[in-house]
Each structure stands twice: as structure tokens, then as C-alpha cells.
Design a binder for this molecule. Sequence first.
Ligand code: GLN
Length: 306
Amino acid sequence: MSFDYNNIFKEIFLQIEQTQDRGKIADYIPELGGVDPNKFGVHLISIDGRHYSFGDSDELFSIQSIAKVLTLSLAYKLENQKLWKRVGVEPSGNPFNSLVQLEYDEGVPRNPFINAGALVISDMLISLLEYPKQEFIEFVRKLSNNNKIDYCSRIAQSEKEVGYRNAALVNLMKSFGNIDNEVDDVLDFYFNLCSIRMTNKDLAQTFMYLANNGIEPISGERILSLSKTKRINAIMQTCGFYDEAGEFSFKVGLPGKSGVGGGIVALLPNKYCIATWSPKLNKKGNSFKGMKFLELFTTKTELSIF
Ligand code: GLN
């Protein structure tokens, strides 16, 4: 069955406009505090390459933690099974920047999408790549089919200036022997990957390889094996929304990932990839309207992985 997604987007947007947006912008990173809170955009790309969009879908925003899926993909491609010795695959049930569990777990983060896990993956990439920042952004440009995708030095710098908690996480893990490189180098790579800016369209395109069995659909290049693709989708399903992962699974029913810039990307294997952006976040740090939109979207279309 094919859908008139453009009309569905409009209908859902009108519906969520009537509910009060109870979210709050992520101003703990000063540079994100200046974004217009009323922005809303959505873009969907179907497996046969059709594009559907609504609202501010062509505006650049900071993808923040969504980039953690891309660092994981590159590290998994290069490191294979060894990767799982240093980071787990269990939902954490704790906020994305929590320190407590890490002490009990002796410096091994629960999963690659909480900050601690993404910092370990950053450390791995610094060891594996000759020019880490350059090679990683080239990987992202290839996935997005857009050579203009870049880090935003203003956002990276702004987070660096207040990044005490991420510094605490790397130091704690280093004390347990789970960080090989210098703390400052790991933080610099991490703040940069979080600073990448994309439009909804770029974001949906970038994640198409995960909807397309590991193959980037425009070039036809295999990015990940079938088994690795399945596993990354499984971790997005169980851990993509931190201590709200169960809720997202329950309400939306798709593997996905959020970022504190207000973006969410989600996908239905062999069918589509969808990206939403609305900067106000709920208490768990996920876009308030984006979650609502996707819940109504999978309910209306009656499509989910379940
Ligand atoms: N850069 C952000 C941080 O470390 C990423 C968090 C997020 O998007 N959930 O706090």
C-alpha cells in the first residue's frame, strides 16, 4: 500500500498544534539556547527514493546525539566483535549523561548511545583512524550524499566550555582503563561529532542505509553487513531514547535516535526513513513534538516493526 505522506503530515501537524508544547529548549549548551523554539520540520524518504516533507525541513539544526549512531556504525565496521568488550548493549534506564551506573559497572557503559558509551566509541575511533575528525566527517558526507555536511565549531566550543559532566565521564572511565587516548582529545572529538548540522532531508538520507539492509541506496555501496545493520537497529530500538526508550517503542514502534538539538530519526526497514525536528525537549531530553508526531504517524499509517 502506498500513502499520501504529504497529506498525513499536514493532518498530524494540525493535530499536534492544538496540544500545548510542554517542552523546553536545551539551553544547557548555550549555543543551542538561541534556536527558534517554534520550528518544526519533517522529511520522509521511501525505499524507492521518493521524498515527502513538511514545515522547516530544509533548515540546518544540530543533530547532537543522533551522530552517535554514525560513530557506532564506523567503529563497528572497523572493529567488529571486539567493540562489545568495551561497551554493552543493555538499555540504561538512566539519563543520557548519568555517572552513577558507570561506577558500579567498572567503567563499562551500558550501551553506545548514552554519553559514556559514545565517549568510548570516540576513543576507539581516535585509535583506529589516522585523521579521526576528517575521516569521520567524510564517512557522514558519503552517507548523506552531501559534501557540505560539517561540524559547527561554535556549537562544539560552546559545549566544551560547559562540558564538565562529559569530562567527568571520560575521567571516570579512564580511571578504570576503558579510555586509551588523552581525555581532552576524546572530548574534542565527541563535542565535534555532536555539533554536526543537518536538515531533516539530510538526516533521513543519511540513515537510509539502516532502512536498506546496510546499503547506501544512491551509490549502492554496502556500508554494513546485514547482521551488523540488524544489530544497530536493535540498539536504536532498545536504547535510542535513553530512559524513554521503552516509551518510544511502545508509542511509535520503530528503531530511532534522538538528539538534544530537537531532532529525531526513525526508520522502518525496507520501507522508509523519517526525520523530525522540533527544538523543545521533554524531561528526558527528547523532542516533545517530534515524539508526539511520530506516535500519531505510525498510528495513522498502521505501520511499525511490530
Ligand atoms: N552533546 C550532548 C551532551 O553530551 C548530547 C546529548 C544528547 O543529544 N542527548 O550532552
